[in-house]
Design a protein around this ligand. Structure first.
Ligand SMILES: Nc1ncnc2c1ncn2[C@@H]1O[C@H](COP(=O)(O)OP(=O)(O)O)[C@@H](O)[C@H]1O
Ligand SMILES: O=P(O)(O)OC[C@H](O)CO
Length: 556
């Protein structure tokens, strides 16, 4: 029977492919969990959207589902002291702040519809100054390009902008706003780990940068768009409380972007510690301490967390496709119905058989930043079978991680002694062994791999005194870890890496010409739409430019 002085913290983990709610005890063990997948919408090649309302609903369902298990096990919901939120970052939601209505589907971080726009922005004077201010290079990845696309191309969004009612937020801001009851309470906040992914935030002051806003305001005045207030990642009041459902009145007291949350969940509090999370994408964060490091080798500067007045920073290597490559083999190529089966398929062959799969479905992110690459397989022969393709899909993430670690070593001057890992794809022992072989350092995988959710719970717990300092977390999630030691001969791993780099080079420029033409055409179409809008009645125009229908609801 549960004791009445038990203390728990709830954690909402809103990822790219699923939402989860977990309830952790003070030892950092999850005692209840409910997870739901939601629709992945791919209206055009390179486009990736989520339905913002469906995301909120999935989170509410997860809360109810986990709570049911929790109470069935004899716990009282009153022992839940706080709730944390962690989310997929960059994904962009726009809504009308007078009604709380989303004005378009959320444009997901992986979406590459803004490739031409990113090129246009890069060619403008002053574009080379931005990374030093906000830590990110211009690309399709941060929220800003998505917001500009929405302003240019969506009538409803432009109308709200003109009326001064347009609100923009990443998923954390949207969820916090909606869970608090929307326009009634108008809790409109984001934390620095999320705000730093928009490009609008000055990474040193943690405030929106005038210089950056000026740079992006050449067509639309971004000061007319409501941006969420940036507050600390752990705060007893700023995130408000849940407005309805079984947890009505429960306080939200922590918020972290999912990759920062995983670093916290892995207790990467010391400068020099790092983690790599193999989820939908894969993200390596390296704690650099109290000053940001602006990369000169293709990495990002980001905020790791801000628990008190001093933020802690990280260098980040972002890989767009990790588990989503596994899902691609399952759903698009019909290889299997379960992720672990892809790993088993990869084990049916002793090596990649000469096959290299550059899984550049969203271009290539760090450290390459090639917007105009698409997924490409090299080295197919009569010998190639499905096992080789599965193996090459897992290896692609490991190769990119190696390139990121090399860049990190150059930027930071330090070599990592070991790498902590987590995320769904880290379940694959083959993938983790390959990783150890390619980076030549041990890979440490914890037994409890819900580190992202744990990180958000820690942020929330700190705000209300469930944990008081990092020392109290020492024993959390230390038991039962697996260590993958490098086994491959150096000559062999070098040969594999060389082949990978050659494949990456061969991917460059795949779309350049074609895309430029398409962008021009799209711009002409949009222009035509804008003139029509002046001439036609409101009702007719809205019908014509209604948000894209869900054309594909299969999961990524
Ligand atoms: N055993 C496995 N082998 C390979 N990939 C796996 C395995 N288990 C899960 N995955 C992949 O991990 C991803 C889910 O990881 P998760 O950390 O939940 O992601 P997210 O938080 O981005 O939704 C999926 O893309 C899934 O295909
Ligand atoms: O959904 P994940 O876990 O791959 O994470 C998404 C990232 O936050 C995008 O930057």
């Amino acid at each position: 029977m549960a004791s009445s002085d038990e203390v728990f913290v709830g954690s909402i983990d809103q990822g790219t492919t699923s939402s989860r709610f977990l309830i952790f005890d003070k030892a950092g063990e999850p005692v209840a969990v409910h997870q739901e997948e939601f629709s992945q919408i791919y209206p055009n090649p390179g486009w990736h959207e989520h339905d913002p309302e469906e995301i909120v609903k999935s989170v509410e369902n997860c809360i109810e589902g986990a709570l049911k298990i929790f109470e069935k096990d004899g716990h009282s919901k009153d022992s839940i002291k706080a709730i944390g939120i962690t989310d997929q970052r960059e994904t962009t939601v726009v809504w009308d702040r007078t009604t709380g209505e989303a004005l378009y589907n959320a444009i997901v971080w992986t979406d590459t519809r803004t490739a031409a726009l990113a090129r246009e922005l890069k060619s403008r004077p002053g574009s080379d100054k931005l990374q030093d201010i906000c830590g990110l290079p211009i690309s399709t990845y941060p929220s800003v390009t998505k917001l500009l696309w929405l302003l240019r191309n969506q009538e409803k969004v432009r109308k709200a902008y003109e009326a001064g009612n347009l609100a923009f937020g990443t998923i954390d801001a949207w969820l916090i706003y909606k869970l608090n009851g929307g326009p009634d309470k108008n809790v409109f906040v984001s934390d620095p780990t999320n705000a730093s992914r928009t490009m609008f935030m000055d990474i040193r002051t943690l405030k929106y940068s005038d210089e950056v806003l000026d740079f992006f305001s050449y067509e639309f005045d971004l000061r007319k768009v409501a941006l969420p207030e940036i507050v600390r990642s752990s705060d007893p009041k700023a995130f408000g409380q849940i407005a309805s459902g079984s947890l009505k009145g429960f306080p939200i007291t922590g918020c972290l972007g999912d990759q920062s949350a995983a670093l916290v969940g892995q207790k990467g509090f010391e400068p020099g510690s790092a983690k790599n999370t193999y989820g939908t994408g894969c993200f390596l964060l390296y704690n650099v301490g109290e000053k940001p490091v602006i990369s000169t080798h293709g990495l990002l500067a980001t905020v790791a967390y801000q628990f008190d007045e001093k933020p802690v920073y990280a260098l980040e290597g972002s890989i767009a496709v990790a588990g989503s490559g596994v899902k691609f083999l399952m759903h698009n190529l019909g290889f299997s119905h379960a992720s672990h089966k892809i790993s088993e398929l990869a084990e049916t062959v002793p090596d990649n058989g000469g096959l290299v799969f550059v899984t550049a479905f969203s271009g290539l992110f760090a450290p390459y930043w090639i917007d105009d690459a698409h997924g490409t397989m090299f080295g197919i022969t009569h010998h190639t079978e499905r096992g080789h393709i599965a193996r090459a899909t897992l290896e692609a993430v490991c190769f990119q991680t190696k390139a990121i670690l090399d860049a990190m070593e150059k930027d930071s001057g330090h070599k990592l002694a070991e790498l902590k890992v987590d995320g769904g794809m880290s379940n694959s022992a083959l993938c983790m062994q390959t990783q150890a072989d390619l980076v030549s350092i041990p890979i440490i995988r914890p037994k409890m791999r819900e580190t992202t959710a744990l990180g958000a719970a820690i942020a929330a717990g700190f705000a209300v005194g469930v944990w008081k300092d990092f020392d109290e977390l020492k024993e959390v999630n230390t038991k039962g870890q697996t260590v993958f030691e490098p086994k491959m001969k150096a000559k062999e791993s070098k040969r594999m890496l060389k082949r990978w780099e050659r494949a990456v080079d061969m991917c460059r420029g795949w779309l350049a010409e074609e895309e430029a033409e398409e962008a021009e055409e799209a711009e002409e179409d949009a222009e035509e739409g804008r003139s029509k809008e002046a001439a036609e009645t409101k009702g007719e125009v809205e019908k014509e430019m209604a948000p894209v229908e869900k054309v594909d609801s299969k999961l990524a």
